[in-house]
Design a protein around this ligand. Structure first.
Ligand code: COA
Length: 260
Protein backbone atom coordinates (compact mmCIF):
# COMPACT_ATOMS: atom_id res chain seq x y z
CA UNK A 1 0.00 0.00 0.00
CA UNK A 2 2.19 2.89 -1.22
CA UNK A 3 0.52 6.22 -1.69
CA UNK A 4 2.04 9.26 -3.41
CA UNK A 5 3.08 11.05 -0.26
CA UNK A 6 3.57 8.04 2.00
CA UNK A 7 5.73 4.95 2.24
CA UNK A 8 4.26 2.05 4.16
CA UNK A 9 6.17 -1.05 5.24
CA UNK A 10 5.00 -3.97 7.32
CA UNK A 11 6.86 -6.46 9.44
CA UNK A 12 4.80 -8.96 11.42
CA UNK A 13 2.23 -7.03 13.44
CA UNK A 14 4.02 -3.67 13.04
CA UNK A 15 3.49 -1.15 10.22
CA UNK A 16 5.82 1.79 9.63
CA UNK A 17 4.38 4.81 7.83
CA UNK A 18 6.80 7.42 6.48
CA UNK A 19 5.58 10.83 5.32
CA UNK A 20 7.57 11.24 2.14
CA UNK A 21 8.01 14.88 1.10
CA UNK A 22 11.58 15.40 2.32
CA UNK A 23 12.25 18.34 -0.04
CA UNK A 24 9.44 20.24 1.77
CA UNK A 25 10.46 18.88 5.18
CA UNK A 26 7.38 16.63 5.01
CA UNK A 27 5.01 19.60 5.38
CA UNK A 28 1.36 18.58 5.62
CA UNK A 29 -0.50 19.63 2.51
CA UNK A 30 -4.06 18.58 1.67
CA UNK A 31 -2.87 15.45 -0.09
CA UNK A 32 -0.71 14.24 2.83
CA UNK A 33 -3.58 14.81 5.25
CA UNK A 34 -6.04 12.89 3.04
CA UNK A 35 -3.64 10.02 2.30
CA UNK A 36 -2.41 9.72 5.87
CA UNK A 37 -5.98 9.72 7.20
CA UNK A 38 -6.98 7.00 4.73
CA UNK A 39 -3.85 4.97 5.42
CA UNK A 40 -4.31 5.13 9.20
CA UNK A 41 -7.96 4.07 8.85
CA UNK A 42 -6.92 1.12 6.73
CA UNK A 43 -4.21 0.06 9.19
CA UNK A 44 -6.59 0.44 12.15
CA UNK A 45 -9.03 -1.91 10.42
CA UNK A 46 -6.30 -4.43 9.55
CA UNK A 47 -6.39 -7.17 12.19
CA UNK A 48 -2.78 -8.17 11.42
CA UNK A 49 -1.45 -4.74 12.37
CA UNK A 50 -1.24 -4.14 16.11
CA UNK A 51 1.09 -1.15 16.30
CA UNK A 52 2.00 1.67 13.89
CA UNK A 53 5.20 3.70 13.83
CA UNK A 54 4.86 7.11 12.16
CA UNK A 55 7.91 9.03 10.98
CA UNK A 56 9.17 11.52 8.36
CA UNK A 57 11.46 10.87 5.39
CA UNK A 58 15.03 12.16 5.50
CA UNK A 59 17.17 13.01 8.50
CA UNK A 60 16.01 16.59 8.98
CA UNK A 61 12.32 16.60 9.73
CA UNK A 62 9.43 14.62 11.14
CA UNK A 63 6.99 17.23 9.79
CA UNK A 64 7.78 20.98 9.56
CA UNK A 65 4.13 21.95 9.88
CA UNK A 66 1.09 22.56 7.75
CA UNK A 67 2.02 23.61 4.23
CA UNK A 68 2.17 27.39 4.55
CA UNK A 69 2.01 27.88 0.77
CA UNK A 70 -1.46 26.28 0.74
CA UNK A 71 -3.17 28.53 3.27
CA UNK A 72 -1.37 31.87 2.86
CA UNK A 73 -4.31 33.45 1.02
CA UNK A 74 -7.18 31.86 2.97
CA UNK A 75 -10.25 33.77 4.23
CA UNK A 76 -11.79 33.44 7.71
CA UNK A 77 -14.20 30.75 6.50
CA UNK A 78 -11.50 28.83 4.64
CA UNK A 79 -9.25 28.95 7.71
CA UNK A 80 -12.01 27.54 9.87
CA UNK A 81 -12.70 24.78 7.38
CA UNK A 82 -8.98 23.90 7.15
CA UNK A 83 -8.76 23.37 10.92
CA UNK A 84 -12.10 21.53 11.20
CA UNK A 85 -11.42 19.14 8.33
CA UNK A 86 -7.81 18.49 9.35
CA UNK A 87 -8.81 17.74 12.94
CA UNK A 88 -11.52 15.36 11.85
CA UNK A 89 -9.70 13.64 8.98
CA UNK A 90 -6.37 13.12 10.67
CA UNK A 91 -5.64 14.39 14.17
CA UNK A 92 -8.75 13.16 16.02
CA UNK A 93 -8.69 10.04 13.89
CA UNK A 94 -5.13 9.13 14.95
CA UNK A 95 -5.84 9.82 18.62
CA UNK A 96 -8.95 7.62 18.50
CA UNK A 97 -7.36 4.68 16.68
CA UNK A 98 -7.59 1.46 18.66
CA UNK A 99 -4.17 0.50 17.28
CA UNK A 100 -1.48 2.42 19.15
CA UNK A 101 0.63 4.81 17.08
CA UNK A 102 4.20 5.69 18.07
CA UNK A 103 5.58 8.94 16.63
CA UNK A 104 9.26 8.56 15.75
CA UNK A 105 10.20 12.25 15.82
CA UNK A 106 13.33 12.28 13.65
CA UNK A 107 13.91 16.04 13.34
CA UNK A 108 11.75 19.18 13.18
CA UNK A 109 8.22 18.67 14.51
CA UNK A 110 6.71 22.11 14.12
CA UNK A 111 3.15 23.40 14.08
CA UNK A 112 0.95 20.70 12.54
CA UNK A 113 3.96 18.36 12.80
CA UNK A 114 4.08 18.67 16.57
CA UNK A 115 0.29 18.47 16.71
CA UNK A 116 0.47 15.23 14.72
CA UNK A 117 3.11 13.78 17.07
CA UNK A 118 0.97 14.82 20.05
CA UNK A 119 -2.08 13.09 18.53
CA UNK A 120 -0.10 9.83 18.48
CA UNK A 121 -0.29 7.63 21.56
CA UNK A 122 3.39 8.04 22.45
CA UNK A 123 6.51 9.73 21.15
CA UNK A 124 10.20 8.92 20.84
CA UNK A 125 12.58 11.62 19.56
CA UNK A 126 16.04 11.58 18.05
CA UNK A 127 18.70 13.80 19.65
CA UNK A 128 18.50 16.31 16.78
CA UNK A 129 14.72 16.75 17.09
CA UNK A 130 13.32 20.24 17.58
CA UNK A 131 9.72 20.77 18.55
CA UNK A 132 7.58 23.88 18.61
CA UNK A 133 4.36 25.66 17.72
CA UNK A 134 5.50 28.64 15.60
CA UNK A 135 1.98 29.61 14.49
CA UNK A 136 1.79 32.96 16.32
CA UNK A 137 4.95 34.05 14.48
CA UNK A 138 2.83 33.70 11.32
CA UNK A 139 -0.14 35.54 12.82
CA UNK A 140 -2.27 32.44 13.32
CA UNK A 141 -2.80 29.96 16.18
CA UNK A 142 -2.33 26.18 16.31
CA UNK A 143 -5.40 24.73 14.57
CA UNK A 144 -4.90 20.98 14.69
CA UNK A 145 -5.50 20.52 18.40
CA UNK A 146 -2.28 22.13 19.65
CA UNK A 147 -3.99 24.46 22.12
CA UNK A 148 -5.79 21.45 23.63
CA UNK A 149 -3.58 18.38 23.47
CA UNK A 150 -0.25 20.03 24.28
CA UNK A 151 -1.40 21.54 27.63
CA UNK A 152 -2.85 18.14 28.58
CA UNK A 153 0.46 16.46 27.83
CA UNK A 154 3.02 18.87 29.32
CA UNK A 155 0.91 21.22 31.48
CA UNK A 156 -0.68 24.58 30.76
CA UNK A 157 2.27 26.82 31.65
CA UNK A 158 4.80 24.95 29.55
CA UNK A 159 2.40 24.76 26.62
CA UNK A 160 1.65 28.49 26.92
CA UNK A 161 5.38 29.19 26.77
CA UNK A 162 5.85 27.13 23.58
CA UNK A 163 2.76 28.67 21.98
CA UNK A 164 3.42 32.32 22.92
CA UNK A 165 7.19 32.38 22.33
CA UNK A 166 6.95 30.33 19.09
CA UNK A 167 10.39 29.00 20.11
CA UNK A 168 11.57 25.45 19.56
CA UNK A 169 12.24 22.99 22.36
CA UNK A 170 15.22 20.65 22.01
CA UNK A 171 14.98 16.90 22.53
CA UNK A 172 16.37 16.73 26.06
CA UNK A 173 13.98 19.45 27.26
CA UNK A 174 11.15 17.59 25.49
CA UNK A 175 12.03 14.46 27.45
CA UNK A 176 12.24 16.42 30.71
CA UNK A 177 8.77 17.90 30.20
CA UNK A 178 7.16 14.59 29.21
CA UNK A 179 6.56 15.71 25.64
CA UNK A 180 8.50 12.65 24.46
CA UNK A 181 8.98 9.36 26.30
CA UNK A 182 12.60 8.78 25.21
CA UNK A 183 15.42 10.49 23.33
CA UNK A 184 17.86 8.33 21.38
CA UNK A 185 20.58 8.90 18.74
CA UNK A 186 19.03 9.37 15.31
CA UNK A 187 20.40 6.09 13.92
CA UNK A 188 18.72 4.15 16.74
CA UNK A 189 15.33 5.88 16.56
CA UNK A 190 13.35 3.32 14.57
CA UNK A 191 14.94 0.47 16.48
CA UNK A 192 13.83 2.01 19.80
CA UNK A 193 10.29 2.43 18.43
CA UNK A 194 10.29 -1.17 17.18
CA UNK A 195 11.42 -2.35 20.62
CA UNK A 196 8.43 -0.61 22.22
CA UNK A 197 6.12 -1.85 19.43
CA UNK A 198 7.32 -5.43 19.99
CA UNK A 199 6.31 -5.18 23.64
CA UNK A 200 2.90 -3.78 22.65
CA UNK A 201 2.04 -6.44 20.05
CA UNK A 202 2.43 -9.31 22.53
CA UNK A 203 -0.64 -8.07 24.41
CA UNK A 204 -4.33 -8.23 23.62
CA UNK A 205 -5.08 -5.73 20.83
CA UNK A 206 -8.71 -5.65 21.94
CA UNK A 207 -7.76 -4.74 25.50
CA UNK A 208 -5.29 -2.10 24.27
CA UNK A 209 -8.04 -0.57 22.09
CA UNK A 210 -10.41 -0.46 25.09
CA UNK A 211 -7.70 1.10 27.26
CA UNK A 212 -6.98 3.80 24.67
CA UNK A 213 -10.70 4.60 24.56
CA UNK A 214 -10.91 4.85 28.37
CA UNK A 215 -7.82 7.09 28.57
CA UNK A 216 -9.14 9.36 25.80
CA UNK A 217 -12.58 9.58 27.44
CA UNK A 218 -10.94 10.99 30.57
CA UNK A 219 -9.76 13.97 28.51
CA UNK A 220 -13.11 14.46 26.78
CA UNK A 221 -15.24 16.98 28.67
CA UNK A 222 -18.45 15.34 27.36
CA UNK A 223 -17.52 11.99 28.91
CA UNK A 224 -16.77 10.55 32.32
CA UNK A 225 -13.53 8.57 32.09
CA UNK A 226 -14.23 6.55 35.24
CA UNK A 227 -17.61 5.46 33.88
CA UNK A 228 -16.01 4.55 30.55
CA UNK A 229 -13.39 2.52 32.40
CA UNK A 230 -16.07 0.53 34.23
CA UNK A 231 -17.96 -0.15 30.98
CA UNK A 232 -14.88 -1.15 29.02
CA UNK A 233 -13.47 -3.22 31.90
CA UNK A 234 -16.74 -5.17 31.89
CA UNK A 235 -16.79 -5.42 28.10
CA UNK A 236 -13.32 -6.98 28.14
CA UNK A 237 -14.73 -9.98 30.05
CA UNK A 238 -16.86 -10.82 27.01
CA UNK A 239 -13.91 -11.06 24.60
CA UNK A 240 -12.07 -14.17 23.46
CA UNK A 241 -8.78 -12.36 24.16
CA UNK A 242 -9.75 -12.26 27.85
CA UNK A 243 -10.49 -16.02 27.84
CA UNK A 244 -7.17 -16.65 26.09
CA UNK A 245 -5.15 -14.33 28.36
CA UNK A 246 -6.48 -15.76 31.60
CA UNK A 247 -6.36 -19.40 30.37
CA UNK A 248 -2.76 -18.98 29.19
CA UNK A 249 -1.76 -17.57 32.57
CA UNK A 250 -3.40 -20.44 34.48
CA UNK A 251 -1.93 -23.02 32.05
CA UNK A 252 1.53 -21.40 32.38
CA UNK A 253 1.89 -20.74 28.65
CA UNK A 254 2.21 -17.69 26.45
CA UNK A 255 -1.11 -16.28 25.22
CA UNK A 256 -1.94 -16.21 21.54
CA UNK A 257 -4.29 -13.27 21.10
CA UNK A 258 -6.60 -13.03 18.09
CA UNK A 259 -7.80 -9.49 18.77
CA UNK A 260 -11.42 -10.50 19.30
N1 COA B 1 5.19 24.67 4.61
C1 COA B 1 5.61 24.72 3.34
N2 COA B 1 6.90 24.53 2.97
C2 COA B 1 7.78 24.29 3.96
C3 COA B 1 7.41 24.24 5.32
C4 COA B 1 6.05 24.46 5.62
N3 COA B 1 5.59 24.41 6.87
N4 COA B 1 8.52 24.02 6.05
C5 COA B 1 9.54 23.91 5.20
N5 COA B 1 9.12 24.08 3.93
C6 COA B 1 9.91 24.05 2.70
C7 COA B 1 10.70 25.31 2.50
O1 COA B 1 9.88 26.33 1.93
C8 COA B 1 11.78 24.84 1.58
O2 COA B 1 11.26 24.73 0.28
P1 COA B 1 12.09 25.26 -1.01
O3 COA B 1 13.36 24.45 -1.00
O4 COA B 1 11.20 24.95 -2.16
O5 COA B 1 12.33 26.71 -0.76
C9 COA B 1 12.06 23.43 2.07
O6 COA B 1 10.90 23.03 2.79
C10 COA B 1 13.26 23.33 3.00
O7 COA B 1 13.08 24.22 4.07
P2 COA B 1 14.13 25.37 4.48
O8 COA B 1 13.39 26.48 5.13
O9 COA B 1 14.98 25.73 3.29
O10 COA B 1 15.03 24.57 5.53
P3 COA B 1 15.88 25.20 6.72
O11 COA B 1 16.71 24.09 7.23
O12 COA B 1 16.54 26.45 6.30
O13 COA B 1 14.80 25.61 7.85
C11 COA B 1 12.83 25.27 9.24
C12 COA B 1 14.05 24.61 8.48
C13 COA B 1 11.98 24.14 9.76
C14 COA B 1 13.34 26.13 10.40
C15 COA B 1 12.04 26.16 8.25
O14 COA B 1 11.75 25.38 7.08
C16 COA B 1 10.72 26.66 8.78
O15 COA B 1 10.70 27.58 9.57
N6 COA B 1 9.58 26.09 8.31
C17 COA B 1 8.27 26.54 8.67
C18 COA B 1 7.90 26.05 10.04
C19 COA B 1 6.54 26.56 10.47
O16 COA B 1 6.33 27.72 10.71
N7 COA B 1 5.58 25.63 10.57
C20 COA B 1 4.28 25.93 11.09
C21 COA B 1 3.30 26.13 10.02
S1 COA B 1 1.75 26.56 10.72
Amino acid sequence: MDMNTLLVSREGHIATVTINRPDKLNALNKQVIAELGACMTQLDNDAEIRCVILTGAGDKAFVAGADISEFASFSVEEGKKLAAEGQQKLFDLVEQMSTPVIAAVNGFALGGGLELAVSCHLRVASENAKMGLPEVSLGVIPGYGGTQRLPRLIGKGRAMELIATAQMMNASRAEETGLVNYVVPQEGLLEKCQEIANRIVRNSPTAIGFAIEAVNDGFDSDKNGFHSEIELFGKAFGTSDFKEGTSAFLEKRKPSFKGE
